[in-house]
Every structure is written in structure tokens, then in C-alpha cells.
Design a binder for this molecule. Structure first.
Ligand code: UD1
Ligand code: CA
Length: 463
């Protein structure tokens, strides 16, 4: 059976009180609508239509090629929203999943179970439901004495008795595609909100003696519809717990999952150990046997195996096997650290390549640079890459030694095996194997220390 899906994402989300459109608010680093799309694609949707309206351009730009789009010019309700997809899907035979762009926690495995029930029972509609202790705000599932779903009643249309019902509509459904559009053509907006409710098709199906199923999920997180920031924070917490749990199951040690923030697309190898206060964002990948944190923030980084990173911030950086970063290092975009390197405390690297076995142990800035293998950059040595107008490059050959507190004024090359004496300000290339010294010679004035103290004291005493 062909599986299709419709994602409802046209609403503005007034209750979010935000300049950002609702479905673009991130949960664990990914816009809500992105999570929903991942889910339907994972549930093998062959044709996916996203209904856009408010913020259509931004939503479309985010989703790109993953779906087709239809525009709902006026937000007249969820039923009206689904109707907009009729032009693209109306003639198809198959099952259509309808899901809201603000329910980021629905899982593909749950949709697959719904689809199974739907097909095996010959249903025309299967609703994903959940039992909430406090169902306020959600549509209620009204079942008859035999337990068969008869209708869905919105909060604002509930009688007192209906408001007591704790089984709620999550806003995710499977429908017989053709019957869905046929029923929608009969839905009216005769209700408390004057909207065309998608939920009204259920009662129409029952009048037609069709089979309607309710599939109740035991994971209440799946049912969260994010209408305001309170629910957004709840969704974030549920999603974080779910992500961390999956890494734990996969063999990652997380010392304190409650204080570890891992975004949804992050990949982590087994036997990596994560200390509290670690934030892993974007497309970050971490190898096996790494030690991360405490207090470490990685965005879009590629970290290989056996790497240690403590108290550091890395953004678009790559770190090779068995290297050690921090504490208190800052690796900015374009940084590539090789194998067995050491980047120590208060070191900043930007757009810099550090080849295997090199060390920048303390208090350095290395920017716009290519550093060869087994190079030692001494404490406080820096590249001077910016003259106020242009950025220039520093190249350091294999096995070179850069003494402490050296300034390498770029553009400049230090050849293989060269030795730059501490405190030098290097403005010209250093050929391979040379020693460079560029600082003033020291003069010692014998016993002058006492003299200068005596002079200072006399001045103070007014003599
Ligand atoms: C909806 C359901 C309710 C369910 C809840 C679950 C209806 C009538 N009600 O209520 O039974 O318990 O979801 O979270 O369906 N949208 C459009 N165009 C519109 C209106 C809405 O695209 O004209 C989109 C919104 O962007 C949103 C989704 O549909 O992503 C749901 O709309 P929302 O207004 O949040 O519905 P709820 O009141 O939460
Ligand atoms: Ca909602």
C-alpha cells in the first residue's frame, strides 16, 4: 500500500509570542517540523506534502527538497489545511498520514504500529491517542460503550462530561486517502472557533458505518503539541531524555544525563565518556573511547577516537585520534588537529591545521596557519595574522621549534626543523634548519638594582 503524508505547518503559533514561526522553533537543536519530517520519512512516506502559510518561505527554505509544498493562504482550520493537499494527493490510492508540525516527539515506530492496526482492521481512519492526567487544551476522544471511537471534540466545544475524558487526540492520523478528501468536502465550520476541523471527519466516517480506530500510545511525550514555550521546554526535556537514553543503550557513558545536552543528529561511538555540562550540537560526530567535558561545547565537529576534550569550546573543528584539547581551549571554524596532538590551556586556533604529534600547550593564538608534524609551539607564542586590513598565512614546517612568546608576523614561513628563539618577533621567512633570533641583546648593569632602589626611595622621601 502506498504511504503518503501531510504535515500541517501553516499556523503562526500566536501563543509562542515569538518573531519566529512556530514550527521552526528548535527542539534539541532541530526545528520541530524537521523532527516531524524525519519521522514520516522514516515511516516510509513515499510522497510528503507540507502545508505552509505563516512563514512559508522560511519553512520551505528549511525543508528544501525533502517534501512538496502547498500554501494555505488563510488559516481556516486543520481540515481546511489538509484540503490544500488535494491537488497533489487527491487522485492517489493509499494511506495518508496526517501529522501536525508542532508534535516533534511522535516516533516512526509508533506510526508503523498505527499503520499495521489500520491495515489489519480495515479502518478508514486510525487516530493516535494518549491518556493525559490533565487533558486541557487537547481534543477529546469520545468512545461509545463498546469502546469504538465515535468522534473527537475540541476543548472549546466540550460539554462538562466530555471535558472529563482523559483520552486525547495527538493530532496524528492514518487515513484512507480518497475517503479523507471526500469526507473533508462535507466538513463545516459550525463550531466554537468557526474553523474547519480535520477532527470532524471522524464523526462523518462513523455515520457512513466505516471502521475508525484509536491507537493509544503509552509514551505521553509523543502526544505533546507545542503551542507555547511551556510545552516547548517540556518537549525539549523529553527529547533530551530520549536522545541520551539511546546513546546510553549504544554504549556511551553519560555521567549525568540531566546536565548533558546532545542534539538529535549527533553520532557518538561506544565507550566514550561524557562528563556533566557537555553540549554537543549540530552534525557533530564523536569516535570511540573519547572523554568529553566537563563543561565542553562542540558544534558541528568531527572528533576521532580516543580524544580528550575538557572545559573547551569547539566549532566546525576536526580532531584526530588520541589528541588532547584543553582545559580552556577554543577551536574555531576551519581548525584541523591531527593525531596525537596537544592543544592546551588558553589556546585559540582558527582556520589552522596542526599536523600529527604537534603541541601548542599554553596561552597561544594560532590563526590562518599550517603547522607541520611534531612541531612545538611554546607558551604564549602567537601568529600575527591580521594587520588591520588583511589576513595573512603562517606556515611552519615539520619538527620546527617555536620558542615561548614568539610573534610570527604573517605572511611568514618557518622551514622544516627550524628553531625560533624565545621572545623573537619574526617578520621574515626562516629557512629550514636555521636558527632565528629576533630580539634585542640583553645588557646587565652590575649591582645596579640596589642603586635604583635607593634613588627611588630618596625621591619618595623628598630629598
Ligand atoms: C489540534 C487538534 C486537537 C489535538 C491537537 C494535538 C484540530 C481541530 N484539533 O488542536 O484535536 O488535540 O491538535 O496537538 O485539528 N494548522 C494549519 N492550518 C490551520 C490550522 C492549523 O496548518 O488553518 C497547523 C498548525 O500550524 C499546527 C497544526 O496544524 O502545526 C495544529 O494546529 P493547532 O492550531 O496547533 O491545533 P490545536 O488547537 O493544537
Ligand atoms: Ca497544536
Amino acid at each position: 500500500m502506498k504511504i503518503m503524508s501531510i504535515v500541517l505547518a501553516a499556523g503562526q503559533g500566536k501563543r509562542m509570542k515569538s518573531k519566529q514561526y512556530k514550527v521552526l522553533h528548535p527542539v534539541c537543536g532541530k526545528p520541530m517540523v524537521g523532527h516531524v519530517l524525519d519521522t514520516v520519512i522514516q515511516a516510509k512516506s513515499e510522497k510528503t506534502v507540507v502545508v505552509v502559510g505563516h512563514g512559508a518561505e522560511q519553512v520551505q527554505a528549511f525543508i528544501g527538497q525533502q517534501a512538496q509544498f502547498v500554501k494555505q493562504e488563510q488559516q481556516l482550520g486543520t481540515g481546511h489545511a489538509v484540503q490544500q493537499a488535494e491537488g497533489l494527493l487527491g487522485l492517489e490510492e493509499g494511506i495518508t498520514i496526517v501529522i501536525c508540525g508542532d508534535t516533534p516527539l511522535v516516533q516512526a515506530s509508533t506510526i508503523e504500529q498505527m499503520l499495521k492496526l489500520h491495515q489489519e482492521s480495515g479502518a478508514v481512519a486510525t487516530i493516535l491517542t494518549a491518556l493525559f492526567e490533565n487533558p486541557t487544551g487537547y481534543g477529546r476522544i469520545i468512545r461509545n460503550e463498546a469502546g469504538i471511537v465515535e468522534r473527537i471534540v475540541e476543548q472549546k466545544d466540550c460539554s462538562d462530561a466530555e471535558a472529563e475524558v482523559q483520552e486525547i487526540n495527538t493530532g496524528t492520523y492514518c487515513f484512507d486517502n480518497k475517503k479523507l478528501f471526500e469526507a473533508l468536502s462535507r466538513v463545516t465550520n459550525d463550531n466554537a472557533q468557526g474553523e474547519f476541523y480535520l477532527t470532524d471527519v471522524i464523526e462523518l466516517f462513523r455515520q457512513d458505518q466505516e471502521v475508525v480506530q484509536g491507537y493509544c500510545t503509552s509514551d505521553i511525550a509523543e502526544a505533546i503539541g507545542v503551542n507555547d514555550r511551556v510545552a516547548l521546554a517540556e518537549a525539549e526535556q523529553y527529547m533530551r531524555t530520549r536522545i541520551n537514553r539511546q546513546h546510553l543503550v549504544n554504549g556511551v557513558t553519560i555521567i549525568d544525563p540531566a546536565s548533558t545536552y546532545i542534539e538529535s543528529d549527533v553520532v557518538i561511538g561506544a565507550d566514550t565518556m561524557i562528563y556533566p555540562g557537555t553540549v554537543l550540537r549540530g552534525k557533530t560526530t564523536i569516535g570511540e573511547d573519547c572523554i568529553l567535558g566537563p563543561q565542553t561545547d562542540l558544534s558541528n565537529c568531527s572528533i576521532h577516537n580516543g580524544v580528550t576534550i575538557k572545559h573547551s569550546v569547539l566549532d566546525h573543528a576536526e580532531v584526530g585520534d588520541e589528541s588532547s584539547i584543553g582545559p580552556y581551549a577554543y577551536l574555531r571554524p576551519g581548525t584541523k588537529v591531527g593525531k596525537h596532538c596537544k592543544v592546551g590551556d588558553f589556546v585559540e586556533l582558527k582556520n589552522a591545521i596542526l599536523d600529527d604529534g604537534s603541541k601548542v600547550s599554553h596561552l597561544s593564538y594560532v590563526g590562518d596557519a599550517e603547522v607541520g608534524k611534531e612541531v612545538n609551539i611554546g607558551c604564549g607564542a602567537i601568529t600575527v595574522n591580521y594587520d588591520g586590513f588583511n589576513k595573512s598565512k603562517t606556515v611552519i614546517g615539520d619538527h620546527a621549534f617555536i620558542g615561548s612568546n614568539v610573534n610570527l608576523v604573517a605572511p611568514v614561513n618557518v622551514g622544516q626543523g627550524a628553531y625560533v628563539v624565545a621572545g623573537s618577533t619574526i617578520t621574515r621567512d626562516v629557512p629550514a634548519g636555521d636558527l632565528a633570533i629576533a630580539r634585542q641583546r640583553q645588557e646587565n648593569k652590575p649591582e645596579y638594582a640596589e642603586k635604583i632602589r635607593a634613588r627611588a626611595k630618596a625621591k619618595k622621601d623628598g630629598k
